[in-house]
Design a protein around this ligand. Structure first.
Ligand SMILES: Cc1cc2nc3c(=O)[nH]c(=O)nc-3n(C[C@H](O)[C@H](O)[C@H](O)COP(=O)(O)OP(=O)(O)OC[C@H]3O[C@@H](n4cnc5c(N)ncnc54)[C@H](O)[C@@H]3O)c2cc1C
Length: 388
């Protein structure tokens, strides 16, 4: 048994493509130029149910599983990586942490409005001294009666500038470190002590908010501990596994956009008395993109199916992210080259696609980190423990 797209998945893809073409594509250049998060589009995505695509209906979702969520990420990223990133940070890591490890009450209170797009989520892990080495975080949470007092901060948090809810990882027992000393919390951003300190000015995905957050004596009720005290590192790593798979799906969208543009241009542009499509050097470039895209699609949807059928997938999720981000970058680079000077012009979306694709190799664990994860899993099976 392996993955297949059900009639429901096919109908869902049709509906999302229509939404993406009508609501997302027309504003993609504008939000990049103006460095604006498309809040209205985000709310519409919620209204049509897409921000809850993978969550069960009892928590405000559509119940289309990880396959459905990957379809959403593919189709949105095919037309706009910024909007895809906003959606991914909201569903795939922010709300996902609550879905995976929240209790029933937390899911009712937070997941339902997040799934409906009435509120937005962010995922707060990275700190200035803890990027790839996520266990090195310094944000501290100290128990005081029925609350925890958080002090510290996070950097590079997608959706951080406008999220209503942030899942935050903090040190609760410095002596134990990642194994028992880190706890995840659900934080509401209008609580006293929570501050958005600054917004990053970025080369790509400019229609997203990437914010630095500061916590000063931020009081979080004990009932907002996500999962168990001391097990936050596991909660966050589980969410990142899901995030890595769906970033692979996002990269299918980026590579598809590149292939479609390259074919369209090669068919129409004439040089030396013939269409570019007649030149073997161009044909081979297009064959290379198409082959890698097909391999990526097979990998990503197979892993989504493993998730939906409750099978292990962590190692393959790292491969989805590593391979996907590199395939998308390569595909857009090739498509841009096929467009010659026009590919370099801001009048053509490939220039934006080229800048946007670069982040795929950095966030949610760099390509180097994915290679470390993949290699350590392989060596562990052979009785060898490797250190990052
Ligand atoms: C636009 C954007 C959005 C983001 N969104 C979020 C978010 O929503 N939530 C969140 O928590 N974080 C977010 N991040 C943070 C992101 O996950 C980190 O930037 C990333 O994990 C890398 O960490 P770093 O930037 O500190 O780089 P570093 O860890 O300092 O790494 C620098 C370089 O060294 C390499 N390196 C590090 N260790 C090793 C090693 N052992 N072996 C070989 N090479 C190594 C890395 O691969 C990288 O190339 C975001 C970042 C950006 C830029």
């Amino acid at each position: 048994m392996d993955f297949t797209f059900s009639p429901e998945h096919i109908a869902l893809r049709r509906m999302i493509r229509e939404f993406a073409e009508n609501e997302v594509a027309p504003i993609a250049a504008e939000i990049d130029r103006d460095h604006q998060v498309p809040m209205e589009t985000m709310r519409k995505l919620g209204q049509v149910g897409l921000l809850g695509v993978c969550f069960p209906q009892e928590y405000g979702g559509m119940g289309a599983g990880e396959m459905g969520y990957c379809i959403l990420m593919e189709e949105i990223n095919r037309v706009c990586t910024s909007t895809g990133t906003n959606v991914g940070a909201h569903i795939g890591i922010g709300a996902m942490a609550i879905y995976l490890d929240g209790n029933d009450e937390q899911k009712r209170r937070y997941l339902i409005p997040l799934a409906r797009g009435e509120q937005f989520a962010a995922f707060g892990l990275t700190e200035s001294g803890a990027g790839s080495d996520a266990a090195a975080i310094r944000t501290r949470a100290v128990r005081e009666g029925d609350s925890w007092i958080l002090d510290g901060g996070k950097v590079f948090i997608t959706n951080g500038g406008y999220a209503d809810v942030v899942t935050v990882m903090a040190v609760t027992d410095p002596a134990l470190g990642a194994r028992g000393g880190i706890t995840a919390f659900i934080v509401e951003t209008d609580w006293e002590g929570f501050k958005v300190a600054r917004e990053e000015d970025k080369m790509g995905i400019r229609g997203t908010s990437t914010a630095e957050l500061v916590f000063e004596e931020l009081r979080v009720p004990h009932e907002n501990v996500l999962g168990k005290v001391g097990e936050g590192f596991v909660t966050f790593m589980k969410s990142l596994d899901m995030g890595r798979l769906t970033l692979g799906a996002a990269c299918i969208g980026g590579a598809e956009m590149a292939l479609e543009s390259a074919v369209r241009w090669a068919k129409t542009r004439r040089q030396f008395g013939a269409e570019l499509a007649s030149k073997q050097a161009i044909q081979w470039k297009i064959a290379d993109i198409a082959t890698e895209l097909e391999a990526l699609r097979s990998l990503v949807y197979r892993v989504a199916w493993l998730v939906d059928t409750g099978q292990p997938f962590g190692q393959l999720a790292a491969m989805c992210k590593l391979y996907g981000s590199e395939v998308a970058s390569r595909a857009i680079d090739i498509a841009l080259q096929i467009h010659g000077g026009l590919g370099f012009s801001r009048d053509f979306p490939l220039e934006r696609g080229f800048r946007d694709a670069r982040i795929g190799e950095i966030y949610e664990g760099t390509s180097e980190v994915q290679r470390i994860v993949i290699a350590s899993n392989i060596f562990r099976e052979h009785g060898v423990r490797i250190r990052p």
